[in-house]
Structure formats: structure tokens, C-alpha cells
Write a protein that binds this ligand. Structure first.
Ligand SMILES: Nc1ncnc2c1ncn2[C@@H]1O[C@H](COP(=O)(O)OP(=O)(O)OP(=O)(O)O)[C@@H](O)[C@H]1O
Ligand SMILES: [Mg+2]
Length: 402
């Protein structure tokens, strides 16, 4: 029974993995069904889902076969065992060492044993399933908690300094960021520019402690980032991501999400007012309580972007990281939003990945990243215009767009 049980356990582990992969893929694809329809990808999706379900079915068939074989074998063994006992008892009756009534009692007791034995067989199968699930759960639980990696130390301000920082993504040889040296004092407004894929978003990911295995040293507020807890870092950093994500749920739930739970209603309205969102909220059927299905379906991309900015600006942080935050806004709305962000983040350190000329012109300092993830130059708009040809080219491209 032990080797069969081991095999069953492996099939149950595979079953868990396959179900997880399939449901993850399906729910991701369902949330993008309009794109799938536009690209005429229905047939491809049907085929891929069919393949996934077929693999799941084959694996489950093996589970059924093995567990039926196991229970048939156990039942047969139990039957053989009982037959032998009845045979021995029958011989005893024949040679007079046992009475017929004792034999009858004996047979009745044995019949009572049948049910517990079949229960035992069922339990063996359940046990293999539980072991399979437990193995997968153990794998997940064995991932170390990022909290445990750090010692908490107090941070007073929002300066950022990088000393010879290089980073490559896990499993990749080539570095995405190469030998970066930076010094950003508290309260500075810094714009970051560079070609697509230069590592701008990656730099933000490092500052938010999503990756630990970089070379060199990163300091936030004078403290080594490695020594700070991720909770502490993310409490002091307010981040607006490149993609506009609103969760399924009401607009209110989205805005008061996570660390924003403690923010007051007054602060929310102050931010909404600044970002010109009060009217947008009033036009929604249930105001702030309107439920956004499909990650913000029913709002325009520009509105989603402004609500994303509002969510990041509601809580008070020392550092604001903004990844292309005005990408989906028209020029007029952009001006309003940029000024609002200026007012709401006054005195705080701000790093903005920029794609508009106004953002770079207004910045105290501009970082120019090369395609290979190294730092090309750092300086003010006028300084860079005088000395950096890549910057001059970038600015003339931006001027053409705006
Ligand atoms: N999670 C990841 N795993 C592996 N490689 C990644 C990952 N995220 C990004 N990269 C790679 O790292 C490089 C830098 O990506 P990053 O997103 O930082 O660029 P970016 O400068 O923000 O570009 P864009 O302006 O297009 O947003 C790219 O070559 C990208 O393919
Ligand atoms: Mg990016």
C-alpha cells in the first residue's frame, strides 16, 4: 500500500499545481476578454483551455485508477483473510474443538469488521490527498517572510543615495542597472528620462525593496535600505505605478486601501478637489460608493490615472515615486494635475519618470539613463541643454510631441 500511496500523493500534488495554473490563466484571460475579441483570439483560447483541461483530466484519471486499484486490493486482501479465518474455524468445528454456535458468533463478529476495513481504505485515499495538498502548502510557507530579513531602524527624512548600484533580474546575466551613483537631497524634485527598457521602473522597484540582490549600497533617509523593513520603506514611499490599476470593489474601497485606511475624509476631498475629481465622483451613479467592476471598467483611462494619483497622494510620505503619471492625460488636464501634484507634495522628495517637456523643465535635477542602464548625466534642465547631446535630442523630440 505504501508505494501506491506515494504515487497517489505525487498525482495529487500535480493536480494542485495544474488547477492553480489553469485557474490563474483563465481568470487573467477573462479580465482581458475585450482585447482577446479584438485580436480574434477566441479559437486560440479555446484550444489552450482544452489542452489544460485535458491534462487535468488525464492526471485525475490516474488518481481514480490508482485509488480504485488500491481499494480493490485492500478489499480482496480483507476477504481472503476472512475466508482463511472461517476455513480454520470450520476445521475446528469439524474436529470438535469449537461448537457451531461459537462459529456463528465468530462469523457475525467478522462481518462487523467489514465496515471499519472499508472505512480504513477510504481514509488511505484521503490521506494521500491531504499529504499532496500539505506538500504544496509547505512549499509556499517555506518562502521566507520579507519582514524577517530586516532590522527596523528609525528614518527621519527622504534623501536618497545610491553608491555604485548594479542590478540584474533573477536568472539573467546582463545587468538592467549599471554602476549607478546618485545623491538626491530631501525635498528635491527629480525627473528621470531614458529610452524604453533603460531600467527606470526597475530603479523604483529597488527603492521599494521588491528586490534585495543588488550590488552596491542604497540609502534612504541616511539609513542602509537593507537594514530597513519593507513595511517601513513602503510606509514612507508613495508610489504611482506606470499602469493604472483599480481593484474590483467600490471607489471608496480603492481610495482608502491599505495604509490609506487611517486617512481622514477631509484629506480625501482635499486631494480629489486638487486633482479635479470631485465632479467626476459626483457624476458616478453612487458617488464614491460606485462599484468598479473589471478593475475600473466604466472610467476613462485618464480618470483611472487620476484616481491612482489620488490614492498615492492621500497618505503622507517622505518620498513620492511617479512612473509616467500623466501619460494618459491631455495637455490641459496634465497642467492641472502637475500643478496639483506640486502643491500636494511640497517639501517632499519626488522622483518622476518623465515623458513631457514641462515635467523635465520644472524639475530641480534630471537623471538621464542610457539604454544599457548606466547613468549618462545628471543636472538641471539648462545645464544638460548646454552639455548633453542625448538630452538635447530628447528635448527636441518632446517639443515636437507637445
Ligand atoms: N520582472 C522582470 N523580470 C525580468 N526582466 C525584467 C523584469 N521587468 C523588467 N525587465 C527587463 O528590465 C529592463 C528594464 O525594464 P524597465 O521596466 O525598468 O524599463 P523602463 O525604463 O521602465 O522602460 P519603459 O519606459 O518602457 O517603461 C527591460 O529590458 C525589461 O525587459
Ligand atoms: Mg517603465
Amino acid at each position: 500500500m505504501i508505494p501506491i500511496n506515494k504515487k497517489l500523493e505525487n498525482y495529487y500534488v500535480r493536480h494542485q499545481e495544474m488547477t492553480g495554473n489553469l485557474t490563474g490563466k483563465l481568470s487573467h484571460k477573462f479580465s482581458h476578454f475585450r482585447l482577446i475579441k479584438t485580436l480574434k483570439g477566441e479559437q486560440q483560447e479555446i484550444e489552450e483551455a482544452e489542452q489544460g483541461f485535458r491534462r487535468l483530466f488525464h492526471n485525475f484519471r490516474k488518481i481514480l485508477l490508482l485509488s480504485s486499484f488500491q481499494s480493490a486490493m485492500m478489499n480482496s486482501l480483507a476477504m481472503i483473510f476472512m475466508l482463511i479465518i472461517i476455513l480454520v474455524a470450520g476445521l475446528n468445528v469439524q474436529n470438535g474443538s469449537m461448537t457451531i454456535s461459537s462459529l456463528m458468533a465468530f462469523v457475525l463478529y467478522i462481518l462487523q469488521l467489514l465496515e471499519p476495513i472499508s472505512e480504513l481504505i477510504k481514509i488511505l485515499d484521503d490521506l494521500a490527498e491531504v499529504n499532496g495538498v500539505a506538500k504544496r502548502t509547505k512549499q509556499l510557507l517555506s518562502k521566507s517572510d520579507e519582514q524577517e530579513l530586516c532590522h527596523v531602524a528609525p528614518v527621519q527624512e527622504g534623501s536618497i543615495s545610491l553608491k555604485d548600484v548594479s542590478f540584474s533580474y533573477p536568472g539573467q546575466k546582463d545587468p538592467v542597472l549599471k554602476n549607478l551613483w546618485l545623491d538626491i537631497p530631501t525635498g528635491q524634485n527629480v525627473a528621470i528620462i531614458g529610452p524604453s527598457g533603460a531600467g527606470k521602473t526597475t530603479l523604483f522597484s529597488l527603492l521599494m525593496k521588491f528586490y534585495h540582490h543588488y550590488n552596491g549600497s542604497i540609502r534612504i533617509g541616511g539609513q542602509e535600505l537593507r537594514a530597513l523593513s519593507p513595511m517601513q520603506v513602503r510606509q514612507m514611499i508613495c508610489y504611482v505605478p506606470q499602469e493604472n490599476t483599480l481593484f474590483h470593489g467600490s471607489l471608496r474601497d480603492n481610495l482608502f486601501y491599505g495604509k490609506n485606511k487611517a486617512v481622514s475624509e477631509e484629506r480625501l476631498y482635499e486631494v480629489l478637489e486638487e486633482l479635479d475629481l470631485v465632479e467626476v465622483v459626483e457624476q458616478l451613479p453612487n458617488g464614491l460608493d460606485t462599484v468598479l467592476s473589471d478593475s475600473g471598467h466604466g472610467l476613462s483611462e485618464g480618470q483611472k490615472q487620476r484616481f491612482n494619483i489620488a490614492r498615492a497622494l492621500m497618505s503622507n510620505g517622505e518620498i513620492y515615486l511617479m512612473d509616467e503619471v500623466t501619460a494618459n492625460l491631455d495637455l490641459v488636464t496634465e497642467q492641472t494635475i502637475v500643478q496639483a501634484i506640486d502643491r500636494l507634495t511640497v517639501g517632499k522628495t519626488r522622483l518622476t519618470i518623465a515623458h513631457r517637456i514641462s515635467t523635465v523643465q520644472q524639475a530641480d535635477s534630471i537623471l538621464v539613463l542610457n539604454e544599457d542602464g548606466s547613468l549618462d548625466d545628471q543636472g538641471s534642465h539648462s545645464e544638460l541643454l548646454m552639455r548633453n547631446s542625448q538630452y538635447q535630442q530628447y528635448v527636441s523630440e518632446l517639443k515636437k510631441v507637445s
